[in-house]
Design a protein around this ligand. Structure first.
Ligand code: ZN
Length: 74
């Protein structure tokens, strides 16, 4: 079984405008490893790589929708 590689990231603090921006989202990464211009989280939240703060582990408040989707897909 191959688990889907994913990236945990949140919007940079200086760019966050609300609670949803401040929570950690899980982004499925393409298998080829090329970074798309816009990343779409499991919950549908879209973020540009330049606006994202990559995280090694979920910190703060994780996005519940992403957490559920990531848990189900792994
Ligand atoms: Zn999310």
């Amino acid at each position: 079984m191959i688990s889907q590689p994913h990236l945990i990231a949140r919007v940079r603090a200086e760019l966050a405008r609300g609670e949803r921006d401040r929570s950690c989202h899980f982004f499925p990464l393409p298998a080829e490893g090329s970074m798309p211009s816009v990343l779409h989280a499991y919950c549908g939240f879209a973020i540009r790589p330049g606006e994202a703060e990559p995280l090694d582990a979920p910190v703060g408040m994780p996005c519940t929708s992403c957490l559920m989707a990531a848990a189900l897909s792994s």
